[in-house]
Design a protein around this ligand. Structure first.
Ligand SMILES: C[S@@+](CC[C@H](N)C(=O)[O-])C[C@H]1O[C@@H](n2cnc3c(N)ncnc32)[C@H](O)[C@@H]1O
Length: 214
């Protein structure tokens, strides 16, 4: 009998100033998302004192790059154990000057009620379920956002509303302008979240970044 054992090869990619490791079981880091790191990093200049949270952090590169030159604590959250293992290695490799904590689990179960963050970065799966076939190389858990692509983004927005400090901000990634409009409608329907969209930036057909403020 022949047993085929799938070989999983760890790859390393340059992401801004970082060398980031990952493998085929997680999303391949996308270079355009250095823009999310840069925008988040810029927000820290005027943010209140306090730690930084990254939701759906994957192997951690967006948050780690954002923290270059900053000393605030960083918390990375992701559901995938494989992503969290790579994130731990990437933290070591990045040699950042901030303390980093990795929490492996569902984002809605990993943050204590009383935790507050000055900045929240969020990169949820945002591909509509009926379009995931367009992304054959990407693992489903990393891209499938449900019928309208926003199932996990809505969870992120709920968590941002609950855990963002006053005068804090969040940089959320979604897929397109239709989804930005849907997030805007969601915020209008949930004034208790006390969030508004201050700005959005589009990156062709690669994605859209949304700045949420309180
Ligand atoms: C679009 S990927 C982003 C990963 C990384 N930021 C990147 O750019 O490669 C979405 C990530 O969300 C994670 N994820 C999906 N559902 C989650 C949940 N309920 N709680 C925490 N993480 C989740 C997946 O494991 C995946 O790593």
């Amino acid at each position: 009998m022949t047993v085929e054992v799938e070989q999983v090869r760890t790859e390393v990619i340059e992401f801004g100033s970082l060398s980031v490791q990952f493998d085929s079981r997680v999303l391949r880091p996308r270079r355009w998302t250095t823009a999310q790191s840069a925008w988040a990093s810029a927000q820290l200049r005027t943010a209140p004192d306090g730690p930084v949270l990254e939701l759906c952090a994957g192997v951690g590169h967006i948050g780690l790059l954002a923290m270059a030159g900053h000393t605030r604590p960083l918390v990375l959250v992701d559901l995938s154990e494989t992503a969290c293992r790579h994130a731990a290695a990437n933290v070591e490799q990045a040699n950042v000057s901030c303390p980093v904590e990795i929490r492996c689990g569902r984002m809605d179960e990993e943050i204590a009620d009383d935790e507050r963050f000055a900045l929240i970065i969020a990169d949820p799966p945002w591909v509509r379920s009926d379009r995931t076939g367009d992304h054959q190389d990407d693992p489903l858990h990393a891209i499938d956002g449900g019928d309208d692509g926003l199932d996990l983004a809505r969870t992120c927005v709920q968590l941002i509303g609950r855990h963002l400090m006053d005068r804090g901000s969040a940089v959320l990634q979604v897929g397109d302008l239709e989804q930005v409009a849907a997030v805007s409608d969601h915020l209008a329907d949930h004034p208790d979240l006390r969030l508004r969209i201050a700005e959005h930036r589009t990156f062709g057909d690669r994605g859209v970044l949304v700045l949420l403020v309180r």
